[in-house]
Every structure is written in structure tokens, then in C-alpha cells.
Design a protein around this ligand. Structure first.
Ligand SMILES: C=CC1=C(C)c2cc3[nH]c(cc4nc(cc5[nH]c(cc1n2)c(C)c5CCC(=O)O)C(CCC(=O)O)=C4C)c(C)c3C=C
Ligand SMILES: [Fe+2]
Length: 484
């Protein structure tokens, strides 16, 4: 991706398009299975509005009413726009919370089979998988956003970029043991979530759908159908919403759902983002507090939040709420720490940029050097955009950034572990699922398999109505007035 031509092609269009992946296998944790759960590291651990979008209002325990919408039949939860801490308007797409009465009235019936679908990015299991994994990633129009006219170039470009990037990526994966730990950790999170739901008397199957590597979304969906799930909660494992992560995964799911008559009728709720949940904020604050104790002078440590970046154009041209949500998330974590009398300095920077375009600033590597030059001696890195250990925590932060920081004059380095299966965090995810259950909604019935006669009749009546409406004398005069 190191060429100017590609950089020009990477300009985002306002409306993210549908995307497809190669599908092969999936994993789930079935509530009927009586096997031992894998061990968890419990101690450590924008969006475009489609034309077919309908709006509904759901009850909220907060003073404002929340709006929920049905996009391609999936019910999405987001609070109405509000002002963030620095006074900017942000579009917070997130989980609505529900009054206790609604949660209680949604107690599970005998015939109900609840499914929870965890969405994640996926990572190569072996070094051999790295190039095909990168191909899937770059072939996603939500990752490389070509103008519609150039979409035919998406796959050849993905092939080229994946081949060019593979050697560098392979080095990274080799340094962390020869593959990504994502699949194992996500499976463990699925098991832990299933157990947390069981404890709360909600029997559910938990499925994992990865966007770019095994188990792919289609296989997870196949299992959901096979198990006869009657209600589904979709939970992306990204606290903050980005077009490139949750947006892409949900779109992949929508594409599968709208082609299938069973899935299009299945009541579904999508939890679009959950960075503002108290359980998540408190779990992050716990990890930071614990890690600060490892320094000899904890109060002098700079808390350094490092988030995965996205190209600036996503936020500034395509309406991605990612940066606003990230800033609000950091504000909430710091507020929680202050309530615990932890008043350390903090800063936020963005890591992992790829290619020649501008990414969100400030860049992590540049800020580390600046802090070293300014005389900061102790620094605690906090990965904040992702809830599992992965290549960017284990290699980029623990190796590259640590080395850079020490070279730049920082003497004491620490890193907060990813949440992984931290029990307070998993319990909060279980609560998020339970709160979302009452608002599951059936997908629209248009499955692409509509009866041709029905379609013809609809078109005929539609055209007649439009004709009558458009050529009514009132409309004609209004039209003339506006044009002349
Ligand atoms: C919130 C998290 C993430 C955002 C936002 C995101 C955007 C984004 N990523 C790339 C390019 C790459 N990402 C890669 C791996 C990767 N990315 C995330 C998370 C976010 N990405 C994860 C969890 C992983 C998997 C890590 C693992 O352990 O396997 C890679 C491959 C690794 C590498 O070569 O660096 C690339 C490439 C873009 C272009 C982008 C936004 C447009
Ligand atoms: Fe990424």
C-alpha cells in the first residue's frame, strides 16, 4: 500500500457498501453441551442509514428516550445524539439500557432458544495463513474504501497489498509465537459468557463469527440455523463502533440474513457499541489501578491510552463515530479513576497505521518520543480499542513501542493487560445481552425470494398511486413554482 495511486483510491465514500468474505468454518459453545469449559485468564486477563431503515423508539432507564432502528432487519441500539465532554456533538451508537421491569418480563420461555453471536476480526492461526488472512482483510470494502467506479479493482488490489505486506506481518506474528491468539481467546470469552448467562438463569448458545479468518461469519450462521435459535443478540467484541470493525462485521451479517427466509424472520438485536457501560469502565479502571501498583512511584506515572487508529477520512468524511467514542471512553475511565483518588496525567494516541493515507493523530510512536524528550520517566500503556491480547498488544506495544520509549528516555515501562476473560467484564457483557433481549426484532420479510406475481402487483399499484399523486393539479403547480 505504499503508492500514491492507492492513496488516491482510498478516499472514502459516504455510504459503506456490503462486503463478502470467504466462509469455511465456525465455533460455538452450545448450551446443550455438558463439557468442561476451557480455562480463562480470569485474573487478567457514520454508520450509513440504509434507505430501508425504519425507526422505532425503545424505553430507556435513562431520562432521554433512545432511538433504535431497523437496518436490513437488524435492530440496532443507539442513544440519541448528545454532547460529549469537550462540547462536540457526537453520534454515540450504543446499547440502550432498559428498565428492570422490561428485563424481568423477558424471562425465558421453554420453547425459546437464545443465541448470542460474538463478532470479532479473526487472525491467522499459522504463518502460512498470514497472506490469505491479509487478502480477506484488504478485500473488504470497509477496510479499503474504493469509489464505486473502482470497485472492480478491490480484489486484485487486495491480492497485491496482501502479498506486499505479508513479509512484515509474518515477522510480527512469528515474534508472538507464529500466529494470532485471537481465536483461542475469543472462544474462551464465548465459554465464559455462556457460563455468566447460565448463572443469571439465561440459557444461551454462544457463537463466534470472525470477519477475516476462521471461524467465518457464514459458518456461525449455519450453526445458528442448525440449532434452531429463536432469538439472537449480536455482540461485537469492539467497545467502540467503527465502520471498519463493527460496521463491516454487521454488514457481512446483514448480507447473509437478507438472503435467507429463516434468518430474515429471526428476532435479532445488535449491540453496536458498549464502551460507556459501567461494568466495562470499572473493569478497565481495575486493571489500570492494579498495574499502577507495580511502579515505585505510582502517582508519577503517565497513563498512556493507545487505541488502534483508523484513516482520518473515516471520521471526517464518512461519519465514523470512532474517535468521539474513544475520547468519551477515555474520559469515563479517567472519571472512574478520579473517583478512586487516582489523579495521574493521561494521554491518548493512535497506533497501527497502515499505508500512505493520514490516520487519526497523534500517532503513538511520535507521542512516545515527545514524552521522553519532555522528561516523562514512567509510563503505563493501556490498549483501549480491543478486549483481547493480539498482535498489536503483544508485538507492537510490548516490543516495538517499549523499545522506542526506553530509547526516548522513559525509564519505567508498564502495560495493562487486555481484558480477555476478566470476570467483572464478562459479567457485564452478560448483562448487556440480557438488556438487549427484549428489543430483538424480526428482520424484514423481503428475502429476495418474493413471489413474482406479488412483486408485479405491488409495482403496478405503486406506479398508479405515484401517477395520481404526481399529476394532481396541486403537485404540478408546486413543481412549476420550484423549478421556475
Ligand atoms: C478497534 C480495533 C481495530 C480497528 C479500528 C482496525 C482498523 C484497521 N485495521 C487495518 C489493518 C490491519 N489490521 C490488522 C490486524 C488487526 N486489527 C485489529 C483491530 C482493529 N483494526 C485486530 C484485532 C487485528 C488482528 C490482530 C491479530 O492478533 O491477529 C492487520 C494485520 C496485522 C498487521 O499486518 O499489522 C492489518 C493489516 C486497517 C487498514 C484498518 C482500518 C481501516
Ligand atoms: Fe486492524
Amino acid at each position: 500500500m505504499e503508492t500514491g495511486t492507492i492513496s488516491r483510491l482510498l478516499q472514502p465514500t459516504k455510504v459503506p457498501s456490503s462486503s463478502f468474505a470467504n466462509f469455511t468454518s465456525s465455533s460455538s459453545v452450545c448450551c446443550s453441551q455438558k463439557r468442561l469449559m476451557p480455562a480463562c485468564h480470569s485474573s487478567h486477563g457514520g454508520r450509513e442509514i440504509n434507505s430501508d431503515e425504519r425507526e422505532i423508539t425503545v424505553l430507556s432507564s435513562e431520562p432521554t428516550l433512545k432511538k433504535s432502528s431497523v437496518v436490513g432487519g437488524l435492530s440496532l441500539h443507539r442513544p440519541v445524539h448528545k454532547r460529549d465532554v469537550v462540547g462536540k456533538t457526537f453520534c454515540s451508537v450504543g446499547l440502550s439500557t432498559y428498565p428492570r421491569s422490561i428485563v424481568e418480563s423477558s424471562s425465558q420461555t421453554a420453547e425459546e432458544k437464545i443465541g448470542v453471536l460474538l463478532l470479532n476480526l479473526g487472525g491467522p492461526d499459522t504463518l502460512h495463513d498470514v497472506q490469505p488472512f491479509l487478502f480477506n482483510l484488504f478485500a473488504d470494502p470497509d477496510i479499503i474504501r474504493l469509489p464505486r467506479l473502482f470497485r472492480f479493482l478491490q480484489r486484485p488490489l487486495a491480492q497485491l497489498i496482501s502479498v506486499l505486506r505479508a513479509p512484515k506481518s509474518k515477522e510480527g506474528y512469528a515474534a508472538i509465537g507464529g500466529g494470532s491468539p485471537l481465536r483461542k481467546i475469543t472462544d474462551e470469552q464465548a465459554s465464559a459468557l455462556k457460563m455468566a448467562l447460565d448463572t443469571k438463569k439465561v440459557l444461551a448458545n454462544v457463537y463466534v463469527a470472525m470477519r477475516y479468518w476462521h471461524p467465518f461469519t457464514e459458518e456461525a450462521v449455519h450453526r445458528i440455523k442448525r440449532d434452531g435459535i429463536t432469538k439472537l443478540v449480536v455482540l461485537p467484541l469492539y467497545p467502540q463502533y467503527s465502520i471498519s470493525t463493527t460496521g463491516s462485521s454487521v454488514r457481512a451479517l446483514q448480507n447473509i440474513f437478507k438472503e435467507d427466509s429463516y434468518l430474515s424472520r429471526l428476532p435479532v438485536a445488535v449491540i453496536e457499541s458498549w464502551y460507556q457501560r459501567q461494568g466495562y469502565i470499572k473493569s478497565m479502571a481495575n486493571l489500570i489501578e492494579q498495574e499502577l501498583h507495580n511502579f515505585t512511584k505510582p502517582e508519577e506515572v503517565m497513563i498512556f491510552f493507545s487505541a488502534h487508529g483508523v484513516p482520518v477520512s473515516y471520521v471526517e468524511n464518512a461519519g465514523d463515530p470512532y474517535r468521539d467514542q474513544m475520547e468519551e471512553c477515555i474520559f469515563l475511565i479517567m472519571k472512574e479513576l478520579k473517583a478512586r483518588r487516582i489523579n495521574n496525567d493521561h494521554t491518548l494516541a493512535y497506533q497501527s497505521r497502515v499505508g500512505p493515507v493520514q490516520w487519526l493523530k497523534p500517532y503513538t510512536d511520535e507521542v512516545l518520543v515527545e514524552l521522553g524528550q519532555k522528561g516523562v520517566k514512567s509510563l503505563l500503556a493501556v490498549p483501549v480499542s480491543f478486549v483481547s491480547e493480539h498482535i498489536e498488544t503483544l508485538e507492537e506495544i510490548d516490543m516495538e513501542y517499549k523499545e522506542l520509549a526506553l530509547e526516548s528516555g522513559i525509564e519505567n515501562w508498564g502495560r495493562v493487560p487486555a481484558l480477555n476473560c476478566t470476570s467483572s467484564f464478562i459479567t457485564d457483557l452478560a448483562d448487556a445481552v440480557i438488556e438487549a433481549l427484549p428489543s430483538t426484532m424480526a428482520m424484514s420479510t423481503s428475502t429476495g425470494t418474493e413471489d413474482p406475481m406479488q412483486y408485479f402487483m405491488k409495482m403496478l399499484f405503486g406506479s398508479l398511486l405515484a401517477f395520481v399523486f404526481l399529476f394532481s393539479p396541486k403537485m404540478v403547480s408546486a413543481f412549476k413554482k420550484n423549478i421556475l
